[in-house]
Design a protein around this ligand. Structure first.
Ligand code: SAH
Length: 230
């Protein structure tokens, strides 16, 4: 079983959206587990405080290193990486998602307020991961994104028809456009080649479209994948 342990001040948020659909079914089937632990349980004062004012001044509050250390140390992580969801982190990629899904699971630390005391990141060797170049109000929504991306890759979660091999990012290209019935939608037909039954032609058309879309929408990806095998 692939194990997720989530450290958060809002454990009631979990499994949340991961309790339905593919991930929810996989959770019920015990393909993975999701344990949310309340960071406040590691506080020592009567108010169960986890945060305090930033040293040096400035707005907001910062999560305390000592409280987080107790919360993190109470988790038997085994070989599971300890990840801090962080706007400053390395952007999450499909390649990293594949590695995480192939492992034993993850321990996720969800920041809140202005973030966490820097010393906990070094002291517990937290891997900082970002889910995009924007700021969320907490790590929980980022944790959902990371977990969802991992769980769908676990053996037995996706149907065989959805192997994922041809999806966006897997090949270094964005996905080609998809169509289904009806054949005519508001005067727009499905591209003829897709109805031709000629698999070689269809594959060539999809490849061409994937390249076109990647060049226009993500020149950064296009530059990176040039010269790589499809
Ligand atoms: N002051 C911080 C943002 C704090 S947001 C900064 O400027 O970088 C509060 C928490 O939300 C963070 O500690 C982190 O856990 C989470 N978070 C915010 N944006 C995120 C992102 N893009 N990816 C992952 N986690 C994020």
């Amino acid at each position: 079983m692939w194990r997720a342990t989530v450290l958060t001040i809002f454990p009631e948020m979990f499994p949340g959206p991961l309790g339905v659909s593919l991930a929810g079914k996989a959770l019920a089937e015990r393909i993975w587990s999701c344990e949310a632990r309340d960071i406040r349980d590691s506080a020592t004062d009567k108010h169960r405080s986890v945060d305090d004012t930033p040293a040096g001044g400035g707005p907001g509050m910062v999560m305390r290193a000592d409280v987080l250390a107790r919360a993190i140390d109470a988790v038997k992580n085994g070989k599971r990486p300890r990840i801090l969801l962080s706007a400053r982190g390395k952007p999450l990629t499909q390649a990293r998602v594949r590695e995480l899904a192939a492992g034993e699971g993850v321990v996720l630390v969800c920041g809140r307020f202005e973030g966490v005391d820097e010393r906990i990141i070094e002291a517990r060797k937290l891997e900082e991961i970002s889910v995009g170049d924007y700021v969320l109000s907490g790590g929980e929504v980022a944790a959902f994104a990371l977990l969802d991306a991992c769980v769908r890759l676990l053996p037995g979660v996706m149907g065989k028809e959805a192997s994922g091999a041809e999806e966006s990012y897997e090949s270094g290209l964005l996905e080609y456009p998809q169509y289904t019935k009806p054949q005519d939608f508001e005067g727009k037909p499905i591209p003829e080649v897709l109805l031709s039954g000629n698999h070689a032609k269809i594959a060539a058309w999809r490849r061409e479209k994937a390249e076109e879309i990647t060049k226009v929408r993500r020149p950064d990806l296009w530059d990176r994948q040039k010269g790589q095998k499809y």
